[in-house]
Design a protein around this ligand. Sequence first.
Ligand code: ADE
Length: 237
Amino acid sequence: MREDGRVQIDVVTLFPQWFEWFTGQRHVANAVASGHDLRFLDLREHTPLSGGQVDDTPFGGGAGMVLRVDVMDAALRGFYGSDPVELRRERRVIALTPGGRMLDEGLVTELAAEPALTLLCGRYEGFDERIVQHFCSDAVSIGRYVLAGGELAAMVLADAVLRKLPGSLGHADSAEEESFSAALGGDPEYPHYTRPADYRGWTVPEVLLSGHHEEIRRWRRARSRERGAASGGASLS
Ligand code: ADE
């Protein structure tokens, strides 16, 4: 976050139009309305190659195409007006790639505290490795599977970061005691129930209807721990 509490997220992509749906979602629109800045930068806009070319065949052979380092250099230079080698000292520049650091709640919290992020979306076989080595501060993965490109991964990351920021969720506490938060010792969230209390004979645990706040808190903490143990996650407390 900047001093004024605002965050800027830039996404560099070959498909800026993909994000129109994303920015239309309420919590994202709320975040933008409350001053956070989301920009979508077209990687093709500044390409020095003819015909809007951005990729090339891999040296050494193999299937697919690789995003060129000179194209990313020109794009970042065009957007920010400086050498991208310097950019990563000013803001986190993150390559979305299946082999990167796994995105989890800890990393999301870390990124939500940054004033500015730049997310680079790969396509085809991914990035020329020199893009990651010289222009990026991080390489992040949303799971050990391969998507057609980094756009969905960028949306996942941006969504998880934005909902942590003030102004995004309706209720101030909504992001406080949720799955994997420090308030829950890093465990998944406890089960929730709402009306009707009895549906087809499936009843809500009695304690939740009891009004005993301390017992409810203990019950929730215990369920949360059970879920953490069942999913193989380590409890922080
Ligand atoms: N790009 C393609 N697959 C990806 C993944 N699993 N995570 C992040 N970026 C990707």
